[in-house]
Design a protein around this ligand. Structure first.
Ligand SMILES: [Zn+2]
Length: 149
């Protein structure tokens, strides 16, 4: 619907259409000064540059159910893991919950700028560090670990 409206608009109308969609919360504009891309509401990170809505680089999301020390431990294990396997260090890693509200080692997302890659960790240390976070209190919790800090 949004794309259709934008296609139908001429150049002058387009800015107005965009402004209306932004005001209605259907689009959010990236605050990155060099980006300003209009993302759809479902998009959590900017599609073009990978930044968060506030224009900042992708950052930690510590689930309320997890102890901060265990979170820091997971960050350390992840850094070690990527150094060990000799892969480029992603900006951040996002993990999913399974049916039992435990953090999964598979189906994780690696964030490299705007590029996201689905990844399965097969590593006992990462597995253990994830288990140490314990179960989430509810399915809405999110876990993202920034690795550049
Ligand atoms: Zn952006």
């Amino acid at each position: 619907m949004i794309k259709k409206a934008l296609r139908a608009a001429d150049e002058q109308q387009e800015e107005v259409v965009r402004a209306v969609f932004r005001a209605a919360g259907l689009l959010w504009q990236c605050k990155g000064r060099d980006c300003r891309f209009d993302n759809t509401a479902a998009q959590e990170l900017c599609e073009r540059c990978g930044r968060q809505r506030n224009g900042r680089r992708v950052t930690d999301q510590v689930p309320p159910s997890a102890h901060p020390d265990d979170f820091e431990n997971l960050r350390a294990e992840l850094k070690e893991y990527f150094a060990h396997v000799g892969r480029d260090l992603p900006d951040a890693v996002t993990f999913q919950l399974d049916f039992h509200k435990r953090w999964r080692t598979d189906d994780a997302t690696l964030h490299f700028g705007s590029r996201a890659e689905v990844y399965d960790f097969e590593d006992p240390d990462v597995d253990l560090a994830l288990s140490d976070l314990g179960r989430a209190d509810d399915r809405g919790e999110t876990l993202r670990v920034a690795l550049y800090r």
